[in-house]
Design a protein around this ligand. Sequence first.
Ligand SMILES: Cc1ncc(COP(=O)(O)O)c(C=O)c1O
Length: 375
Amino acid sequence: MASAEKYIQSKLDEREALGSYRSLRPQSELIDFCSNDYLGFARSPVLKAAIQQEIDNHPLSLNGSTGSRLISGNFNYTEELEKQIAIFHQSEAGLLFNSGYDANVGLFSSLPQKGDTIIHDELIHASIIDGARLSHANRYTFRHNSRESLEAKLRQAKGICYVVIESVYSMDGDTPPIAEILNLTEQYGAHLIVDEAHAVGLYPTGLVAQLGLVERVFARVVTFGKALGSHGAIVLGSNLLRQYLINFSRAFIYTTAAPFHQLASVKMAYQLLEKSTAAIDLLHQNIALFKKSIERNNIYPLLKSDSAIQCIILDNNEKAKQAAQTLQRAGMDVRAILSPTVAKGAERIRICLHAYNTADEIDLLTSTINNITNA
Ligand SMILES: Cc1ncc(COP(=O)(O)O)c(C=O)c1O
């Protein structure tokens, strides 16, 4: 009989040889240019105090939710929060999931059926791919942000068709032509679903709402672990969709609901977001400052992005790792993104900017990068 250990070792050796071995690292003391805490909510003492106050205001709340939402884990607080978040994002309804990963798997594994079609951008997040794989629908990818490629796939679609994009792509940081993609989607009678994980916060209610397209988008996924500094996610859409997911989404049905303190964190994070114009402005300023300083000298391409995610493409895993190490030695936490996470030849350093990064920190970052790339 074949040995599991041998298989495991050979796969790990393969990774090592490709220079793409992953390992967990302890918390870093370096300047943060890699977390998703775009507005500083995860480290905000104001938010921490508000969460504590909210917990204190609910002395009868339980430590754990005690069960799934359909058994014992549903509370008035949960449903109220769902309604509040839906209103904030101008949606008819919303359903909470325990993470963005769960939300996407829960949505895409349950909604499209055998004979239906899912068409997603080639750079779509792994959680959407995993959800789509669990469905029995036909699955097509289209070239990143390409309307022509999308249209070619729309022509082949059968059954009910769902087109899936991100409003800010997690690995490239760029934004698709949402309105044009939506027009095309509608032209073919398909339904658009937008993952807004990296857009909410930068655009407070998300990019779909900012563009005034809410009524025409079938569903949105918003996660709380990025700019909201918390954890969890919500699928936004119609009441009908919410009822469907409660009935059919296994990632919603077969899991323990989030505990009270998590819900309180999310509620307080949304309240803080409503008062965070200054932090949002700062984030936009820092993005502009980074781009202005980096574009002058850079010999490796900076991907086109107006978001907090900025990427410099180096040609291979080794160069990307070396660039990240140089930045780390200079005191900054910047991570290399290696193939196979991104395509071969698109290996990169991925920089996340935050409202709390200072101009001096950004200057250190850009001058160090400019030196690396000029070497
Ligand atoms: C676009 C996108 N969708 C979904 C997720 C998953 O969200 P979560 O981290 O809450 O599981 C992520 C996180 O990496 C993401 O970048």
